[in-house]
Write a protein that binds this ligand. Structure first.
Ligand code: NAG
Ligand code: NAG
Ligand code: NAG
Ligand code: NAG
Ligand code: NAG
Length: 309
């Protein structure tokens, strides 16, 4: 069981609000790529368990898409190793339940930073995506994604070649959920990332190490602040400015008090339940609510001390 404070910590590593246009244009891209990936299936009896590579849209040269059709039962029982960069473990759950699922793979190549811009970071890998659809309609467009989760083992993304590292910061995995949420995690074994739900993943490194800012424990407040009165105006950024630091410090105090209070109440149980049930909870929560909870933190230690897989 995960303790409440560590749950909070994990959940608030680093959430940044990417500008609204980004998630909109990337969602639009998802639907275009879904269409192109589906066209990769032969018209006559596409096989299950076979990876079909599609043609990228002509105005998106440099990207690639694939489609893979699987029986849900087999996916759950056996997983699927080696769907391009993705190693999908057994135990996968889709919601709503469908009999067959189509997993669309996207590799955004040199378009990664166009559709998933991350100010202050540089991509060492392409952004790759994994999205799940109902396989009932092979010609549908604008199909909704299924909700896909890996409750047992995480989905592993094995990047083969990373761009040469800068000498400064260490690389981190960045994960974009389908709702505009962004989360960072550490890199496993040099070039792997792990995720618990569908979305887009890449490895980034900070552009330029920030000049050591005042030591403000910024991150831990993000979730707590959001719990209270989150919606404070769109596009709210706190960029490590002095004002931001002071605000953050104040929020930390509020959070500490809040956490203590929670401990004595049933709310804690609820949070625990939530933590056990669905791990990507916070990402989704941030994204769906579009609450600009957290700030772009430049304090590297946060990245490094986080997350036990
Ligand atoms: C590519 O073409 C599609 C139409 O086929 C269009 O909807 C989309 O906006 C274009 N994308 C870019 C990046 O030009
Ligand atoms: C990516 O590379 C292709 C050529 O391989 C080029 O046509 C395209 O414009 C590039 N995209 C971007 C965003 O630079
Ligand atoms: C599949 O999708 C297309 C386009 O969205 C629609 O016209 C068609 O009726 C759908 N077929 C089924 C079986 O749902
Ligand atoms: C990286 O190394 C180069 C020399 O190889 C140096 O000029 C540069 O300042 C270093 N950058 C960082 C962030 O340490
Ligand atoms: C990372 O490397 C270690 C040692 O080589 C190995 O035991 C472990 O399974 C690897 N982890 C992943 C996620 O591949």
């Amino acid at each position: 069981m995960i303790s409440f404070p560590s749950f909070l910590l994990i959940s608030t590593i680093l959430f940044t609000k990417i500008p609204p246009f980004t998630s909109q244009s990337s969602r639009f891209l998802d639907s275009i790529l879904q269409d192109h990936a589906f066209r990769a299936f032969p018209h006559h009896r596409p096989k299950t368990g076979v990876i079909y590579d599609g043609n990228a849209p002509s105005n998106l040269t440099g990207t690639s898409v694939s489609a893979l059709r699987l029986r849900t039962g087999s996916l759950r029982k056996r997983g699927f190793k080696g769907y391009k960069e993705f190693d999908i473990p057994k135990g996968i759950i889709e919601n709503p339940y469908v009999k067959r699922v189509i997993l669309v793979y996207q590799n955004l190549g040199n378009w990664s930073s166009v559709y998933y811009p991350l100010p202050g970071f540089f991509y060492l890998s392409p952004v790759v995506g994994l999205l799940a659809y109902n396989a009932v309609n092979l010609t549908g467009q604008d199909l909704p994604e299924l909700d896909l989760r890996a409750p047992e083992d995480p989905i592993l993304i094995k990047f083969e070649s990373l761009s040469v590292l800068g000498n400064g910061s260490s690389p981190v995995c960045v994960f974009f959920d389908l709702f505009g949420g962004v989360a960072f995690d550490h890199v496993i074994n040099g070039s792997f990332c792990s995720i618990l739900t569908q979305g887009h993943v890449g490895i980034v490194v900070e552009n330029s190490p920030a000049p050591a800012p005042a030591r403000v424990p910024e991150d831990p407040i993000a979730g707590g602040g959001g719990g209270g009165g989150g919606r404070r105006g769109k596009g709210w950024w706190v960029g490590g400015s002095v004002a931001g630091g002071v605000l953050m410090a104040a929020l930390v105090v509020v959070l500490v008090l809040w956490v203590r209070w929670c401990r004595g109440t049933r709310r804690m149980e609820k949070m625990r339940d939530a933590a056990e049930r669905g791990v990507p909870l916070t990402v989704a929560a941030v994204g769906r609510a579009e609450v600009p909870v957290a700030m772009a933190t430049r304090t590297k230690p946060v990245l490094e001390t986080e997350y036990v897989t």
